[in-house]
Write a protein that binds this ligand. Structure first.
Ligand code: SF4
Length: 429
């Protein structure tokens, strides 16, 4: 069977789709990039904002127009919270909610899914085939918090963690496939193991992966600040752990954080940032900020902005508050106008850009290891290689060789348009 996979939304959705692709290939099916060639189509949806749900519906319609014969299976957060809105779309044959997503491949093919074994890799499952050097690995799902703006906790259910040895085995499998970096992801990554009573579950997992696999790089995706004890940052004494922390703050104003039911305060966040910067020199620390949360006055926004400036983030995702069905915030009063949200978001995006430039320019003249990930073009002088340092600086170089899948030292030179021009230092023929 030829299957077209389309994922929208977060890294967790991406990792789930990557896993489905590997499962389908292991069963002997083919993944096709062109939906017109597909016998079946699977869409992994996102519901984090109203815009996201609109994009999901447009995508399903577009896929059906491209292939009016292939049945469409829709899964993901939007399928979980509003299946009826998807069921009516043309071509939709099946809705699979998040709680049954792990059995989707079996539903689709009628064949049971085998666990990942290292040996059958000869069947040409090497990453070059799918053009990835970095693998997203889902380690947990769901969340037990109730941030008042968040629909994910509604769509994904209670927190639940995968077995540690299963994750270690999958990362060994991915390394044997040729991946050079694994990114641990989840809905609430920092709560890994909590459902088994393991308060330091994520630290245990990171130690096990670093000890029992040879994956050259390990990266952690988003971490809620309240999950991290200062000694958590001691893990970064192992240089295979990438110096990149994404710590969602959401607001720099205490009053706004309280209405969001966020389990942190600006003072606690400041102390955490200090501990991280002391223990992980050269770390890139980025964040998520919501502007225009219900009740966010000009004064609250100014307080938040001042705190965010003080934190000097090396990058920010800025979201305009989006009313989500079933969330507590949707029932709050004093919603902020779209115009005001636009103004506040523009001020934060300018700050984000300046912070990113400041961070990257600190490394001009330094030589860092770059994992080259893909080719963005070619000139007479060579291929435009693009990759990332462990502290997530995007680097590019023109080189006669394709460097994809290689980790090489590279001298970072000047910053422009979100990336650093670099000169790789090659020690291989
Ligand atoms: S911790 Fe994250 S996933 Fe959980 S409710 Fe809050 S924002 Fe949502």
């Amino acid at each position: 069977m030829k299957v077209h996979l389309r994922t929208l939304g977060c890294r967790l959705n991406q990792s789930e789709m990557d896993t489905m692709a590997r499962q389908l290939r292991q069963q002997g099916h083919e993944i096709v990039d062109d939906p017109t060639q597909a016998d079946a189509v699977v869409v992994n949806t996102c519901a984090v904002t109203q815009d996201a749900t609109r994009t999901n519906r447009l995508t399903v319609r577009e896929l059906h127009r491209a292939n009016t014969v292939a049945p469409i299976t829709v899964t993901g957060c939007y399928a979980q919270i509003a299946p009826a809105e998807l069921q009516v779309l043309p071509g939709v044959a099946r809705i699979v909610d998040n709680l049954h997503k792990d059995t989707l491949v079996e539903m689709l093919t009628g064949q049971p899914v085998a666990p990942f074994e290292i040996e059958p890799i000869e069947r040409d499952q090497r990453p070059g085939t799918y053009g990835r050097t970095r693998a997203f690995v889902k380690v947990q799902d769901g969340c037990d918090n109730a941030c008042t703006f968040c629909v994910t906790t509604i769509a994904r259910g209670a927190g639940r963690s995968r077995a540690l040895d299963e994750i270690v085995n999958e990362i060994r499998y991915l390394h044997a496939l040729g991946y050079r970096e694994a990114v641990l992801t989840g809905v609430h990554l920092g709560s890994y193991g909590h459902d088994r009573g393991e308060r330091d579950g994520l630290a245990q997992l990171v130690r096990a992966i670093l000890a029992d696999t040879d994956m050259p790089r390990l990266r952690l995706s988003s971490l809620e600040p309240w999950d991290l004890a200062p000694d958590f940052f001691d893990l970064w004494q192992n240089r295979r752990l990438c110096r990149h922390l994404h710590l969602p703050l959401q607001s720099g104003c205490d009053a706004t954080l309280k209405r969001m039911l966020r389990r942190t305060t600006p003072a606690q966040f400041r102390a955490l940032m200090q501990a991280a910067r002391e223990r992980i020199p050269g770390a890139r620390i980025t964040t998520d900020i919501i502007v225009g949360f219900p009740g966010e006055t000009d004064t609250e926004f100014d307080t938040s902005l001042a705190f965010i400036e003080e934190m000097n983030f090396a990058g920010m995702h800025v979201f305009r508050y989006s009313k989500r069905p079933g969330t507590a915030a949707a029932r709050m009063r004093n919603h902020v106008s779209e115009d005001v949200k636009k103004q506040r978001s523009a001020r934060l995006l300018a700050l984000a850009e300046a912070g990113e430039r400041r961070f990257c320019e600190r490394f001009a003249g330094h030589t860092l290891a770059v994992l080259w990930e893909n080719i963005a073009g070619a000139t007479d002088a060579g291929f435009m290689n693009v990759g990332y340092t462990d502290n997530y600086i995007r680097a590019h170089c023109i080189h006669p060789r394709v460097l994809t899948d290689h980790i090489t030292p590279a001298r970072l030179e000047q910053y422009a348009d979100g990336q650093m021009k670099a000169t790789p230092v090659l020690d291989f023929a």
